[in-house]
Write a protein that binds this ligand. Structure first.
Ligand code: ADE
Length: 230
């Protein structure tokens, strides 16, 4: 999979891409993530990427020209075979596990991280194919949401996670929260690990985990049990 991230603040996104699972996925060529500095696509001599909103109001708006130039340069490079151009915005559809699953099956995503007050509506109308929010709160830019989306999607690409089953048992993957986990020591400050986990009886262990997952989901997220699976 290829992912292009367009941002006015590339430093925010570069660091996390160099760590842990995302870095290893890139090293193993399971994903090719490219970060584009929007300013490099500015067309005027001051390299201006934002401007005041027509009609007044607070905050600056990202200008259309650099965004069009950047998205079109990427599209030209791959003969227009980009699957989705995603704008990260609080008014988009909320990212959830089913959406992450669907996006993980695509070959090429372009992510636009807006800043300031937003991006010129013409970019959204003409270039953007999907608008995604990471939750009902407002961040100061789309960089952290873009990283959240990248992390949620890349870990689902086959072979990215070491243990092939570990993404499947994540919270939400089958509509249930995860069971508690423990590691050594079996007793710490008098607190013991549930006996069943030490039993070696995998049937009992699976049954215990299922029970814990259902109990926790009922307690914390009854809405998940009520809704249909995607
Ligand atoms: N940009 C600012 N806040 C955001 C959010 N909650 N989700 C996606 N993009 C955003």
């Amino acid at each position: 999979m290829r992912i292009d991230i367009i941002t006015a603040l590339p430093d925010i996104v570069e660091g996390p891409l160099q760590q842990s699972i995302l870095r290893r996925a890139a090293e193993r060529r399971l994903v090719d993530i490219r970060v584009h500095d929007l300013r490099a696509y500015a067309t005027d001599k001051h390299r201006q990427i934002d401007d005041y909103p027509f009609g007044g109001g607070a905050g600056m708006v990202l200008k259309p020209e650099p965004l069009f130039a950047c998205v079109e340069a990427i599209q030209d490079e791959v003969d227009g075979k980009v699957d989705e151009v995603i704008y990260l915005t609080p008014d988009g559809q909320t990212l959830d596990q089913p959406l992450a699953n669907r996006l993980s099956m695509k070959d090429h995503l372009v992510l636009i991280a807006g800043h300031y007050k937003g991006i010129d509506q013409r970019v959204r109308d003409a270039l953007v194919t999907m608008e995604v929010s990471i939750g009902d709160y407002v961040l100061s830019g789309g960089e952290l949401p873009a990283l959240v989306l990248v992390d949620a999607v890349v870990r689902l690409i086959p072979d990215v996670l070491g243990d092939a089953s570990s993404a499947l048992t994540d919270s939400f993957q089958d509509g249930l929260l995860d069971a508690p986990v423990y590691t050594r020591p079996a007793e710490f400050r008098g607190l013991r690990v549930p006996e069943v986990l030490l039993s070696g009886d995998h049937q009992r262990i699976d049954a215990w985990r299922d029970e814990q997952r259902i109990r926790k989901t009922k307690e914390r997220r009854p809405d998940l049990l009520a809704c249909e699976k995607d």
